[in-house]
Design a protein around this ligand. Sequence first.
Ligand SMILES: Nc1ncnc2c1ncn2[C@@H]1O[C@H](COP(=O)(O)OP(=O)(O)OP(=O)(O)O)[C@@H](O)[C@H]1O
Ligand SMILES: [Mg+2]
Length: 275
Amino acid sequence: MSDMHGKPQLALVENSASAEAAAQASAVQIRNFSAYYGKNCIISDVSLDLPEKGVTCLLGPSGTGKSTLLRWINRINEETENASFSGNINVLGLDVLEGYPDVTELRRRTGMVFQQPCVFPCSIYDNMLMGLRNRKLSKSEARAIIEQSLKSAAIWDEIAHRLEDPATSLSLGQQQRLCIARALVLKPSILLLDEPTASIDPVSSRAIEDLVISLGEDIAVVMVTHNIAQTKRISDHVIFLCDGKIVEQGTRKHMFSMRSCEKTRTYITEEFCDC
Ligand SMILES: Nc1ncnc2c1ncn2[C@@H]1O[C@H](COP(=O)(O)OP(=O)(O)OP(=O)(O)O)[C@@H](O)[C@H]1O
Ligand SMILES: [Mg+2]
């Protein structure tokens, strides 16, 4: 399906919608990528391009490897004991799996919000400050960036009066929005969001969707979601993953049209998916 020089799989450009996506500059290029836990192959020979701007929604049944794929893009998965890979992932022009010089810089440029909110055992404010720790900012500059990021993540109004409280005292949905805000302070070029609205109420969820759409005007946002209506509202591109393989990818218009493949249409209409 792909050659040894990293050219895209034919499957990715076989319809005009995918060709359109492939023609854009890529923030992430994945070639012949497979991921394993122990001996189990979770992702099998996946090749894809993520455009440098816009919102890409990653869809697929539970256990199909969506989180695993995101976790390899910023190399978090190399910290998982039994995880291994083969193939290439190129982020912003650099091969991140083989000899990327600075993993901290990779993670600064490639922000990630995990499926389970991950807050540090310190105050809400200090959680935000951690993201800025290597930057030489005055206290007032840091505070302004933190306030703006918390506003963007639709949580400022709820927590402005309790910034010194422990972050662990926040509800799960609030913790998730804090994690989004913390990722934003670093001004990433790529933002990986793993089901960021799964534990958030509908109003906050819509605020996050608005944020994702506006971020997508400037950077690459990749968002895993099980919410088909949400995908329709926010995506520019959609990738449908099943059993560790790409079933289909393309523009939102293509994926939500009668021109998409039968498996995609079945999944998108929320019927049983037997990939
Ligand atoms: N550390 C691990 N060791 C062994 N197996 C794992 C590990 N982490 C994940 N898996 C398995 O890998 C498969 C893919 O998991 P992953 O979390 O990527 O799926 P997912 O598509 O994100 O699912 P969901 O939609 O439920 O979040 C699952 O079968 C999962 O049980
Ligand atoms: Mg997952």
